[in-house]
Ligand binder design. Structure first.
Ligand code: IFM
Length: 448
C-alpha cells in the first residue's frame, strides 16, 4: 500500500530535452549546435552515437503526446532547441522552428497537459561557440535574452511555466572544465569555467523580466542540478571537504540567485586565485525574484578529504546498496534532505522536482513487455520521500520523472536507458515499461 498523499492539482509529468529526443537535425532550417559538433567528433561519445535521429520525436510528437495522455500525466517539461529558432544564434528568426514548438504546445494543451518550457538545455548554436567561446563571452547574455524574448512572445499566450536554464553546474563543469561534454574544451581552465557559469547566471537573471513582460501570468524559474552531500566523518578535514563539494555543486549556483552573492567560503577557498567576471549590477540582476525552483535530483555523495577529485581535494566513500547503471547510489532520503534543505536555506515560493529517475539495463521480455521492477521500486521510494517533504511543509507542486523516453544520454550515447517508455531504436517503436504503468497509477491516485 502507498502511504503518501499528494495534494489536488499536483503536477505529474516527465521531462525531456531537445537534443536528446528530437532528431531531425537538418530539418526545417535548424542550425548546427555544439552537440552536433561534439557528438560527430570521434571519441567523444560512446560508440560515436549522435542525436541525428534520437527518438525521432520531431516527427513522432503526436504519438508521444498520446502516450503521456495514456499515462494520465498533466505536465510535460521539454526544452527548445535554440538553433531551430536562430540557426546562427541571433539574426533572422527561423519561423519553421517556432512553428514546431507551437504545434507541440497546442497538442499538449489539447491533451490536457501543461507545458513547462526550458529555454536552454545545452544545445547552443555552434555559431555562438565559434564567436568567443560560447558562454565564456559576456555578449552571449544579450543573445540569450533576445532568444528568450522571441520564444516567449511566440508561445507566451499558451505557455505559462518557463525555466531559463537546465543545470548550469553540469554544462559549465563538464563543458568548460573537464571536457566530457560539449563544447569539450579547454580542459581545466578555471577562468573560462567561472566565466561560463557567471554569464549563464547573468543571462538567466536578465531574461526573467523579459519573460514576465511577454507572458501574462508567467511562472518563471530555473532548474538546478542538486546533490545531497554528507561528510564521511566528523573529522574537520572531512567536514570541510563536504562543504567544499557542496559549494562547488550546489551553493555556487543557488546563492547568487537567492542571496545575490557567491559563497564567501568558495571565493576565499577553492577559487581564491580566480574570480568570476562580475561587473557592477550583475549580482542584482541575477537575484531577480522567481516563482519556483526546479530541482533535479539523482545523487547523494559521502565524501572526505582525499584525491579522488584532486582539484577539489575530496575522496568518495561508496556505501553498500543499490546503484543505477550510471553508478549512482539509490538513496531516496537524499531527495527529502535536498528538498527540505532548499526550503530552509533559500525559501523559494514553490519547488518542482524537474528531474528524477534512473537508468537500468532494460530488456524486452518474450511477452513483448519491459518489466523494469528496479525502476518501479526506485520511483516508489523517491515519490514517498517527496510526499514526506510535502507533509513537512515543503511547497512541492509537481514531479517530472526523467525521462519520458529512453534517449541520447549525452557522452553515454544510447547505452543508458532512463525512460518510463522503452524505445526500440531501429524501429522507433515505443513500449510503455512497467514503470510507465506505475507512474500512470500514481498520477491517477490509484497506485497501490
Ligand atoms: O539526461 C540528463 C539530463 O539531460 C540532465 N539531467 C540529468 C539527466 C540524466 O543524466
Amino acid at each position: 500500500m502507498t502511504d503518501w498523499h499528494f495534494p489536488p492539482g499536483f503536477i505529474w509529468g516527465t521531462a525531456t530535452a531537445s537534443y536528446q529526443i528530437e532528431g531531425a537535425v537538418h530539418e526545417d532550417g535548424r542550425g548546427v549546435s555544439i552537440w552536433d559538433t561534439f557528438s560527430h567528433t570521434p571519441g567523444k561519445t560512446l560508440n560515436g552515437d549522435t542525436g541525428d535521429v534520437a527518438c525521432d520525436h520531431y516527427h513522432r510528437w503526436p504519438e508521444d503526446i498520446a502516450i503521456m495522455q495514456a499515462l494520465n500525466l498533466n505536465g510535460y517539461r521539454f526544452s527548445i532547441a535554440w538553433p531551430r529558432i536562430f540557426p546562427q544564434g541571433r539574426g533572422a528568426v527561423n519561423q519553421k522552428g517556432l512553428d514546431f514548438y507551437s504545434r507541440l504546445v497546442d497538442g499538449l494543451l489539447a491533451a490536457g497537459i501543461t507545458p513547462f518550457v526550458t529555454l536552454y538545455h545545452w544545445d547552443l548554436p555552434q555559431a555562438l561557440q565559434d564567436e568567443g567561446g560560447g558562454w565564456a563571452r559576456r555578449g552571449i547574455v544579450d543573445d540569450f535574452v533576445n532568444y528568450a524574448d522571441v520564444v516567449s512572445r511566440a508561445l507566451g499566450d499558451r505557455v505559462k511555466y518557463w525555466t531559463t536554464f537546465n543545470e548550469i553546474f553540469v554544462f559549465a563543469t563538464q563543458g568548460y572544465l573537464t571536457g566530457e561534454m560539449a563544447p569539450g574544451a579547454p580542459i581545466l581552465d578555471l577562468d573560462t569555467f567561472l566565466a561560463a557559469g557567471h554569464h549563464a547566471l547573468l543571462a538567466h537573471g536578465r531574461a526573467v523580466p523579459v519573460l514576465r513582460a511577454n507572458v501574462p501570468g508567467a511562472q518563471v524559474g530555473i532548474v538546478h542540478y542538486t546533490q545531497a552531500i554528507e561528510a564521511a566523518s566528523d573529522a574537520p578535514e572531512d567536514v570541510a571537504a563536504a562543504q567544499r563539494l557542496d559549494g562547488f555543486m550546489n551553493r555556487w549556483y543557488l546563492d547568487p540567485i537567492y542571496k545575490g552573492e557567491y559563497p564567501a567560503d568558495m571565493l576565499n577557498g577553492l577559487y581564491a586565485y580566480f574570480r568570476p567576471p562580475i561587473q557592477p549590477g550583475d549580482l542584482d540582476a541575477i537575484r531577480a525574484p522567481l516563482d519556483f525552483q526546479g530541482v533535479n535530483f539523482y545523487e547523494r555523495s559521502i565524501v572526505g578529504e582525499g584525491s579522488d577529485l584532486p582539484f577539489i581535494n575530496i575522496r568518495y566513500v561508496r556505501p553498500e546498496g543499490e546503484y543505477t547503471a550510471m553508478g549512482w547510489h539509490v538513496y531516496p532520503p537524499g531527495l527529502y534532505d535536498m528538498l527540505t534543505r532548499i526550503q530552509r536555506d533559500y525559501a523559494p515560493k514553490a519547488i518542482y522536482v524537474t528531474e528524477n529517475g534512473a537508468a537500468f539495463a532494460d530488456e524486452i521480455a518474450p511477452d513483448g513487455s519491459v518489466h523494469d521492477e528496479q525502476r518501479v521500486a526506485y520511483l516508489r521510494g523517491y515519490f514517498q520521500q517527496a510526499a514526506r517533504a510535502i507533509s513537512d511543509g515543503v511547497p512541492l507542486k509537481g514531479y517530472f520523472v526523467w525521462s519520458l523516453l529512453d534517449n541520447f544520454e549525452w557522452a553515454h550515447g544510447y547505452d543508458k536507458r532512463f525512460g518510463v517508455v522503452y524505445v526500440d531504436y531501429p524501429t522507433q517503436r515505443r513500449i510503455i515499461k512497467d514503470s510507465g504503468y506505475f507512474l500512470a497509477q500514481v498520477a491517477a491516485g490509484t497506485a497501490k
